[in-house]
Every structure is written in C-alpha cells, then in structure tokens.
Design a protein around this ligand. Sequence first.
Ligand code: DGY
Length: 317
Amino acid sequence: MPEKVLVTREIPEAGLRLLEGFDVSVLFERPPERDELLEAVRGANGVLSTATEKMDGEVMDAAGRGLEVIANMAVGYDNIDVQAASERGIVVTNTPGVLDETTADVAFLLVLAAARRLGEGERLLRAGEWEWWGPKQLRGFDVWGKRLGIVGLGRIGQAVARRGRGFGMEILYHNRSRKEEAEEELGARYLELDELLRESDFVSIHTPLTDETRHLIGERELGLMQETAVLVNTSRGPVVDEGSLADALEDKRIFAAGLDVYEEEPKVHPRLLELENVVLAPHIGSATIETRDRMATLAAENLAAVLRGQEPKSPVS
Ligand code: DGY
C-alpha cells in the first residue's frame, strides 16, 4: 500500500510530480478550515503544509501514529509546533535557501516604494486626481547613499544588504550573533538593536518569529527611529506591533513603512489601511513562478526522503 500524503494547498506541479508513487490528496487553493484539516489529515504518513496551516499537537494526533513528516513549503515554520512534533517522533522540514533573493527583491521593492511614495502616487493617478507635475509634489526621500539597518543578517538579510550596497548604502546590522564573514563581505557594521534603530534611515526586518522576536518592534523601538526613517517588514507580521506602528505613522514619528506580512493575516490592522504613508503587499515575498517551483520541489523532496527512510535535505531540528 502506498503511503498517504496530504498536501494542504494546491501547490505547483513541480512539487506534485515528485510525489508520484504515494497516495496523494491535495486540498484546496484556499487555506483549509481547521475542521477540514483535522478531517483530511487522518491516516496521513506525510503532510506537505504551508505557512497558513497551524500544525500543532492536535493535528498531529488527528493524523495518527503513522505520521512521519511535516514538510513545510516555507522557510518560516512558526506555524508548526516543533516540540510537539519531536515528542511524537515526527520530522519537520522547511525550505531555506531557495527564496532568499526573491524575498530580498520584495524587501527592496518596499524600501523604494515607501521612500518614493509610489502607492500614494498610484492611488492619486488612478483616482483621476493627478492634475499636473509639481515641484513640491510627492517628494519622498533618496534611498541611494543612505544607511540601511538590517535586523537579522541571515541569508535573506544578507541578500537585502547586497542590494543596499548596489545603491551605495552603508549597511548596519543587528543579529543574535556577530556575522564576521558578512561584515567583511558587505562592509556591514554590527550594532545593538537600539543603536541600529537610532542610526538607520531604513530598517528592514529579517528575523524568524519566535517568543523572543514577537513585538520586537513596538512603541519604544519605533520611538528610537528618526522622523525621516522607513520601516520594512517581510519576515513575519507579529515581529512588529501593528497598533504601535499605525500610531507612529499617523503621528508622522517615522516617515513611512512597507509591509508584506501582518499580525493576523489575511487581516490588516484597519488603521494601516487608512494611512497614505504605508505600502501594503499581500505576503508576496517568495511569490514568483521560479521560486514557488523551487519551494514546492524542496518541500516534496524532503517529504519523500523521510517516507523513503532517507535524510531530508532541510530538517529544522
Ligand atoms: C516563507 O517561506 O516563510 C514565506 O513567508 C512563505 O510563507
């Protein structure tokens, strides 16, 4: 009997092809409701999940004792209770390394769009309200030559730093540990978080979501930033306290923000939706044809490896 695999969302064909030979069920294009997930997971030996499914002990128990692997099609795995998985002997994998440059592109897109007021300008134009070119119209801030502060200098943070270097920016960073090689390669300067927030013109966040990083950027931290500064978040929404960010943007305590991720996706804090000085993207950091193919492929390879008794390429623990 082929082993049972549940794929919780419709994923690119590149990944599905690698699961031929297993008894595969694919759920929906939309995220499954909790009860749909609990029902569908029964008897699964492997689950290929995405960041929208909460994979906790209850889901693992609903699958039953045959569940061997949860392969997340995402680099972030805060949706998975890894402790609960290891207690049950379930391997958890993610997809690091295949989406760094693509996600860095979106971080830099948000840097540029927020600094140059692209969203505001496009709304004006589409509303038919752009009446003339104006010497003082829609002035933003230069990006080139400024200071870019990277919070979390992992693979994605480094890819953003390289883009910053291309724009002649000075790179500052904060990380749990010093990254001496990256310091050398990027000319990056290590700072404590408070100092980085004070000194940066642009702050781009690239930390995973953990108990330590939840609301890492809140009222106090936003208060340290310059009035001309821009905050960008492409990591996980809860790293930034959205209510405090809305206050800071509304009171013009910082110049602008660019967000790809939110505290309660797909909901966006209602006050952010009302503000002109924030660019809002719907979690598209890794959303290119090529990268989603790579993510689906790596997730499927990981899952298949575990079910075949081999080492997965990217286990999280
Ligand atoms: C990731 O890979 O973590 C992206 O945010 C998609 O979930």
